[in-house]
Design a protein around this ligand. Structure first.
Ligand code: SF4
Ligand code: SF4
Length: 381
């Protein structure tokens, strides 16, 4: 069903979700960025704000209208709720000459994620393959994922580093949501086209003060998404990308990017599909208690590839090459899909503005130049 919800009635969505016990997580303006945190009402949304993004550049600024969702993705992604950055797995205490091990209680809270963009729906689907569909299931991720109610928002404007159209992941949400919203602002009109994607989404939609969408309203919503699709800040040519990178492990471009890369790990932290974690065991000084913690890790650290006496990927070149070839090539062999959804976060939040689309373009262009200049081709021409 496609329905129309007036912006003045947007609060009823919050009411329907909180009555069902959901805590609502969504965009808030915080520390000069659009972050994701708990919302108590629609008043917490960054109404009338937008963002500007480019390589190594991010800034929020005031819009000329009162759009509730007039910005693209910021530094946070939904993985911080589904895969907490730091969490204790268990603790043990010395008792009666032995150890008593206690697992952590499961988080029973239900979360509703508001304003999940299409690229991030694909990122959640990618992490589902890792944590739910492989030989081992992650119980923490599973418990949070199964209870999550997802409200997608179709993008009305693309960010300066977005390339979801290239990756086939946006800007319109096509699956993986309970409800999907398109925000339409036309002159004095300001409303949402709401679509249900699941039964529980339809149940909530039936309680909202909505009217059935007219053909004109549906067309207006389609025009919003088409505008975003035409505004992509970046493009990535993905044709034969896996083979391209496999052919070019020794390309001089890796040295070039290593001279710029600070190995700071920002790109992996902001990436919505990166899933690596490490385990740390800690004990108290008396040796009475021990705890095991899990925290996000990054393939840009030396410790990540440490094996009996040394790190396999000691150079910045090997670490950047590993990250990019995993995202765009080996991930496809591993999970059947690209590890990149084109959200652009790694470009925006790289302190030196390294751009994954530019790195692919440089390798592809030099290979094409080499083919054009090869003697065999010259003879045949
Ligand atoms: S690699 Fe970069 S553009 Fe691709 S999903 Fe990760 S952060 Fe987004
Ligand atoms: S590519 Fe950029 S964000 Fe990633 S580790 Fe290097 S400097 Fe940091």
């Amino acid at each position: 069903m496609k329905a129309i919800l007036a912006v003045s009635d947007f609060g009823t969505l919050f009411q329907a979700l909180t009555e069902r016990g959901y805590r609502i997580m969504g965009p808030v303006l915080r520390d000069g960025a659009i972050a994701y945190d708990e919302l108590s009402s629609a008043d917490d949304l960054p109404r009338g704000w937008t963002d500007e993004q480019d390589g190594g550049t991010y800034r929020v600024k005031v819009r000329q209208d009162a759009a509730l969702f007039g910005y693209s993705v910021g530094p946070h992604s939904w993985k911080k709720f589904l895969l907490p950055p730091v969490m204790r797995l268990w603790r043990s205490e010395r008792r009666n000459g032995g150890f008593e091990v206690r697992g952590e209680p499961q988080d029973t809270q239900k979360y509703a994620f508001l304003a999940v963009r299409s690229c991030d729906l694909h990122a959640i689907d990618t992490q589902d393959r890792v944590f739910l569909q492989g030989p081992y299931t992650d119980p923490v991720y599973k418990a949070r994922r199964e209870k999550a109610f997802i409200i997608a928002v179709n993008c009305g404007q693309a960010g300066g580093t977005c390339f979801c159209v290239s990756m086939g992941t946006g800007p319109k949400a096509t699956s993986g949501f309970d409800l999907a919203l398109t925000e339409v602002l036309e002159g004095e009109q300001h409303y949402f086209l709401v679509e249900d994607g699941t039964e529980r989404g339809a149940e909530i939609l039936s309680e909202l003060p909505c009217g059935r969408a007219t053909v004109e309203e549906e067309q207006a919503a389609e025009a919003v998404v088409a505008r975003a699709a035409a505004q992509m800040g970046r493009v990535m040519d993905t044709s034969g990308i896996k083979e391209l990178l496999y052919r070019n492990y020794e390309h001089p471009r890796w040295e070039n990017v290593a001279n710029r890369c600070l190995t700071c790990a920002n790109c992996t932290n902001v990436c919505p599909t990166c899933f690596c974690t490490t385990i740390e065991d800690v004990t108290d000084l008396k040796g009475q208690q021990a705890e095991r913690w899990r925290r996000w890790d990054s393939c840009f650290t030396m410790e990540f590839s440490y094996i009996h006496g040394g790190s396999i990927r000691a150079s910045a070149k090997s670490r950047y090459r590993q990250w990019m070839t995993h995202k765009l090539a080996t991930w496809i062999d591993q999970f059947g899909t690209s590890g990149c959804v084109g959200c652009g976060r790694c470009i925006t939040w790289c302190p030196v503005g390294i751009d994954i689309t530019e790195e692919v373009r440089a390798i592809r262009a030099s290979e094409q130049t080499a083919i054009r200049n090869s003697p065999e081709r010259g003879e045949g021409a």
